[in-house]
Design a protein around this ligand. Structure first.
Ligand code: HEC
Ligand code: HEC
Length: 408
């Protein structure tokens, strides 16, 4: 039911918050406060909305993760994955980051589940709480029924009863990592100021997410544990049945990456970055990012009708229709509306330079001869893949890269 006074109050609060964010972007907190805003980062209101999206928006994927827990009978279950009893060892066991705003539970909650105790942190426009792990968000499950609930039964088989919470995944789950310029003294207890938004979590152990309860006798455990730390098999739910884990690389200097004209499905031509290792997502950052939400669960009511999401064996895959998703899936529309802000935020992310890391300068040399030989070795052995610059004569178009005045 709508209470007008309450609506007015929140409208008022909105304007105050907006005014504050415009007038004093980095002064919302006393200096030294440790928050996910890292002192505001001097972001514009749009970039902040994008940062909040990157850190906290799940696009409704929590429904998919609940479905996964049911289909796999708990082999992959985010609710059991966030169990607070693992908090002191989460980084060591799973390579994930403890949310600095939470602490370990000292007893089970009212539903018999071990959930981290988290400070209430209001994220404007984003209705979820922390699960205790950076990038995993907690929601109330609308299907929960207190009278049929039984925690022991749930743990034995999550398909047997609806749990009180759903857990969804944000982009930050894989992309936020320790800041090499300000690493935490204890990796199990970082502060927000020790975390970097898009450096990529080089320690993330995806195997523990997909094979939490399996033993090495199970083939699925073998698949899950063959992945090196810091990688994700991003086509897992597309069930291409190709073992394809890739490093979660840093997303930096997006504004300076070369762009290329690409003809899109609707016939229009757009200047886009060639994103991902093999340049697959060449539809622009906003569109590519929207696609990733589908990959981590968004609109699963729709796309799980198009293919068999876990084992990929029951039926052949059929195409995903964007216009259908836009029409029938509210999460698609809500998330699509946030993508320009998400892109604006990603454009602000800068690289961490070795010279600025603690002790980093000792690995660098000013010796011109060493640098010359290194440049030659790089050109000879690495540049074919790792540089966007072309030899002078074959340079057809140049938006960035050496000589354009922009870093590459
Ligand atoms: C489960 C881990 C995981 C999650 C969650 C995740 N990503 Fe990624 N992301 C990756 C990996 C791995 C790569 C590199 C893949 C490749 O290049 O083949 C990547 C690459 C990217 C890139 C391209 C970077 C480049 O340099 O070309 C973008 C942009 C991106 N992700 C956006 C997102 C967005 C937006 C979300 C949230 C909707 C998200 N990611 C969530 C693992 C993840
Ligand atoms: C044939 C293409 C190719 C060549 C040549 C190549 N690389 Fe790579 N490199 C890649 C790819 C692809 C990745 C990402 C691998 C992954 O996702 O697991 C990568 C990853 C890396 C990374 C990790 C980057 C990150 O963000 O995690 C470093 C560092 C690196 N390469 C350095 C080098 C150096 C130094 C050389 C030359 C001695 C070199 N590479 C030559 C293709 C290449």
């Amino acid at each position: 039911m709508f209470d007008k006074g309450c609506v007015m109050k929140s409208v008022h609060a909105f304007w105050v918050a907006l005014a504050l964010s415009i007038v004093a972007p980095s002064q919302q907190y006393p200096p030294g406060t440790d928050t996910y805003e890292y002192g505001g980062q001097n972001l514009s209101p749009k970039e902040r909305e994008g940062r909040n999206t990157w850190y906290f928006w799940t696009g409704g994927g929590e429904k998919f993760w609940r479905q996964t827990a049911r289909i796999t009978h708990g082999v992959t279950d985010l609710l059991q994955y966030v169990d607070s009893r693992r908090r002191p060892m989460r980084f060591k066991l799973m390579g994930v980051l403890n949310d600095p705003d939470c602490t370990a539970a000292t007893e089970p909650d009212e539903f018999g589940l071990w959930m981290d105790n988290c400070k209430p942190v209001v994220i404007p426009g984003i209705p979820s709480e922390s699960s205790g792990i950076v990038g995993l968000r907690k929601f109330r499950n609308p299907l929960f029924d207190r009278f049929t609930w039984d925690a022991d039964k749930y743990v034995k088989d999550p398909a047997s009863v609806e749990p009180p919470y759903l857990i969804g995944m944000t982009c930050g789950f894989c992309h936020i990592g320790f800041d090499p310029l300000n690493p935490p003294s204890d990796p199990e207890n970082p502060r927000w100021s020790n975390l970097a938004p898009a450096i990529g979590n080089q320690y993330f152990d995806e195997g523990s997410l997909f094979g939490l309860k399996l033993t090495s006798k199970d083939f699925r455990w073998q698949v899950a544990n063959a992945q090196p730390a810091g990688t994700s098999d991003t086509s897992r739910f597309a069930t291409d049945n190709i073992f394809n884990p890739n490093a979660i690389n840093s997303v930096v200097h997006l504004a300076h990456r070369p762009s290329h004209p690409e003809k899109l499905a609707d016939g229009t031509i757009r200047e886009v970055h060639h994103i991902l290792k093999e340049g697959a997502d060449s539809i622009g950052t906003a569109g590519a990012s929207l696609r990733v939400y589908v990959n981590i669960g968004m609109c699963s009511d729709y796309w799980t009708t198009l293919h068999d999401p876990i084992y990929g064996t029951k039926r052949p895959q059929s195409p995903f229709r964007i216009e259908l998703a836009r029409k029938d899936c509210e999460d698609w529309r809500d998330t699509e509306a946030r993508m320009p802000a998400a892109e604006a935020f990603l454009l602000t992310v800068k690289p961490a330079l070795l010279k600025d890391a603690p002790g980093g300068s000792q690995y660098l040399t000013g010796d011109a001869e060493v640098l010359r030989r290194g440049a030659l070795a790089f050109a000879d052995r690495c540049a074919t893949c790792h540089s966007s610059s072309l030899p002078r004569r074959s340079r057809r178009r140049r938006h960035s890269g050496p000589g354009s005045g922009k870093p590459f």
